[in-house]
Design a protein around this ligand. Structure first.
Ligand code: DGJ
Length: 717
């Protein structure tokens, strides 16, 4: 009897110990909290994600929530974060909390690591969270380790799993195609699953990008609503799964797409998943974007806090049809406009199979002697003579079957040996899983830089998805291909960056068929679209502006949509990283003079447009107009871009309220970027207004005429 009482007492003590010793892990930024807690079963749960809680004491009142990294084969009946198969066909996984650490990386950055382990199976998972306090951004990923002696098979391996419990959810997703990138649409999420994924491999974001906006409770706007922006930093196949369960709970699982990607982990091996990055705002989408932009410029984008080169590109000005004389002429045009750099595009290489169209030469990175007898070196010198820099296009991961490279190395190409080759833009993808191919791809950049150290810029293109999937190098491990390809690419880019940290590099993929935040840790900018019709660009640049800072978004003035004036086209491009891809000597004198002025304004206002905060004042999706404002961090300087697309004559025009200014300060309002001789029609042009007035009453930015644009500078007096 006495023994029984002792055992009962022991059990009671044990229970109360586990309850009182509940572990609380708080991943906080200035305005947000992600709160994890252990349950009595020893597992880890997500109790909260949202606005920061003021009182620590209240954490005890939170519901325990759902398991933080749900496993398969146990008591959860919906989509898991992890699925692993072990020796002898064993498969289910149960993860118990083991320990965690929290440490300050800097005043602004805190890192949290949580270790979970399965007591029965030989697997552990480490969850990593890096919180950026001022920017309200959290970067998270999982690391999965095989702790056993025998290999295990990872079938699913999410980077993150987040849980929500709200009365309604709205998902804003991005879809697209060539020339139609970053099209936004919003739909409610109801019971069941919505999946956003890609299986294209190299050109992963061709049809959808690895980013989403989730509105909680009700649809968020620029200024209102609780909203989570999520994006996966992975330059390959990704998958987001949004699943609403029978109780109205939503789980969001983000990671590499497990499609044809089962991964074997040998004894002691660790699989590091890519980062999922989120920012949460209870003040709508504008705040979320500004936070993400600030974070990207400070912590993620390569040379995020440095300047960018305005440039003239020759792609649309010449396509493949050029020689030294034509290029030098364009360089002179670039210098005449006051641009920083001339960018030589596709078509400069190949001798046995000259690259005079897109069906030959890719892979043979020597200048075509007939076309460019002085080689690349001569061109860099010609640019230097004109006082500008030189940049060059490469597509180093690809090969035309009609090339010397392909003849020499058919074993370096991804394709099923027993099937007919399938060509996308007449080309194939090189097998970057193979270290020899990685060396070769690195040597393309390294070789050009060694021969011509003056090269200041690379445009790195990637036009073909992975098709006919089979890696000669991986042999029986074919399901590693999609993952190992991306890892191979990162190895090359690491080497490029280690040796050439100052090179500016544009990420391109037949437009923006490849864009994500891991790639942007190596690249300074990305080509948003081959579609440079300024009206289409208003939408494309607007779409990307939710996630990416405008200094990273390359926007060029071209001949697309000649019904829009050169001024309209340039004003649209000046909202991003300004460039030209047009024969400027075919412009009128007035247009050229205008462009010179715009280039000079773009450089003068770089700290406002490229490094300031962005406010989307009027969305092009609303109909006839669009307006965006940029404001320097110190609020002393701002620039507003306003566009009339196709206004209707019966439309009533309203003043547009500006944002982010100092209400106490006075600002001189001046229209800039005017065509020579053009008089400003802006009411109040040249006058001084208080920030208070500009934000409460606003300015009349729009007109009732088609395709008009206006750029307005505000300077604190
Ligand atoms: C696709 C890119 O998007 C274009 O800007 C251009 O560089 C071509 N490739 C060249 O082939």
């Amino acid at each position: 009897m006495k023994n029984r009482i002792y055992s009962l007492l022991f059990i009671l003590c044990a229970i109360s110990f586990s309850v009182s010793a509940q572990t609380v892990i708080r991943v906080s930024t200035n305005n947000t909290d992600l709160i994890l807690r252990t349950g009595n079963d020893g597992r880890l749960y997500q109790s909260y994600l949202g606005e920061r809680l003021l009182s620590e004491h209240d954490i005890a009142h939170l519901p325990l929530g759902r398991e933080v990294y749900l496993t398969h084969g146990m008591e959860d009946y919906f989509e898991p974060a992890i699925e692993a198969h072990f020796e002898g066909g064993k498969s289910s996984v149960v993860l118990a909390y083991v320990s965690h650490t929290q440490s300050a990386v800097s005043d602004n950055v805190e890192e949290t690591t949580v270790l979970l382990r399965d007591a029965l199976r030989t697997i552990s998972v480490e969850l990593h969270y890096v919180a950026y306090k001022d920017e309200d951004v959290v970067r998270m990923h999982a690391e999965i380790t095989n702790e056993g002696k025998k290999p295990l098979q990872l079938v699913r391996y999410a980077s993150s799993m987040l849980h929500f419990k709200e009365k309604a959810y709205f998902l804003t997703e991005y879809s697209g195609d060539w020339g139609e990138e970053a099209t936004m649409s919003t739909t409610p999420l109801t019971f069941g699953k919505k999946v956003l994924d890609t299986k294209l491999g190299t050109r992963a974001s061709f049809f959808t990008t690895s980013q989403f906006i989730l509105s909680l409770g009700e649809e968020a706007t620029e200024h209102t609503g609780r909203v989570l922006f999520g994006t996966l930093a992975w330059t390959g196949n990704f998958r987001f799964t949004f699943e609403v369960d029978q109780e109205g709970g939503l789980r969001v699982i983000s990671g590499i797409n497990p499609y044809f990607s089962e991964y074997e982990l040998k004894k002691g091996e660790r699989f590091v998943t890519p980062d999922f990055i989120y920012t949460f705002s209870s003040e709508g989408m504008g705040t979320a974007s500004r936070h993400l932009h600030r974070w990207a410029r400070k912590y993620q984008l390569h040379q995020g806090d440095e300047g960018r080169y305005t440039l003239l590109n020759n792609w649309e000005a010449t396509y493949f049809n050029f020689d030294e004389e034509k290029l030098e002429h364009l360089m002179s045009n670039a210098a005449d406009l006051g641009l920083d750099l001339f960018l030589l595009d596709d078509g400069w290489f190949g001798n046995k199979y000259p690259r005079s169209s897109d069906n030959a030469g890719l892979g043979d990175w020597q200048a075509t002697k007939d076309k460019l007898p002085g080689g690349v070196k001569h061109l860099t010198e010609a640019a230097k003579e004109r006082g500008i820099r030189f940049g060059i296009w490469i597509e180093p991961e690809m090969v035309n079957p009609k090339s010397e490279l392909y003849e020499k190395h058919p074993d370096w190409v991804i394709h099923q040996p027993d099937r007919e080759e399938y060509y996308f833009r007449n080309q194939l993808v090189l097998d970057l899983c193979n270290p020899a191919v990685q060396d070769y791809v690195f040597s393309i950049v390294d070789g050009l830089m060694t021969e011509c150290p003056e090269i200041a810029f690379f445009k790195w293109d990637c036009n073909s998805p992975i098709t006919n999937i089979w890696s000669p190098y991986l042999k029986e491990k074919q399901t590693h291909l999609y993952v190992d390809y991306v890892r191979g690419l990162y190895k090359v880019l690491e080497r490029v960056r280690a040796k050439y940290p100052d090179l500016r590099m544009m990420l391109c993929s037949g437009g923006s068929g490849r864009i994500d935040y891991k790639a942007l840790s190596y690249f300074t900018e990305f080509w948003a679209s081959d579609n440079t019709d300024p009206v289409a660009r208003l939408f494309i640049q607007y779409g990307y502006s939710f996630f990416y800072p405008l200094k990273a978004t390359c926007a060029h003035v071209t001949s697309w949509n000649r019904t829009a004036s050169v001024k309209f086209r340039t004003d649209v491009a000046m909202m991003g990283k300004l460039g030209f891809d047009i024969r400027t000597d075919e412009m009128t004198d007035a247009e050229r003079e205008y462009c010179r002025e715009a280039v000079s304004n773009s450089k003068r206002l770089a700290s406002v447009i490229w490094d300031g905060d962005m406010y989307r004042l009027v969305s092009p999706y609303e109909g006839n107009h669009a307006a965006t404002q940029f404001c320097a961090e110190d609020k002393k300087h701002a620039v507003v871009f306003a566009f009339d697309i196709h206004p209707s004559h019966s439309e009533r025009l309203h003043a547009v309220k500006l944002e982010g200014l100092d209400p106490q300060a006075n600002y001189k309002v001046e229209e800039i970027n005017l065509m020579p001789g053009q008089r400003s029609r802006l009411r109040g042009n040249g006058d001084t207004f208080s920030g208070d007035f500009l934000m409460k009453v606003g300015l009349n930015l729009f007109s009732e005429r088609d395709l008009q644009s206006r750029v307005i500078e505000l300077t604190e007096q």
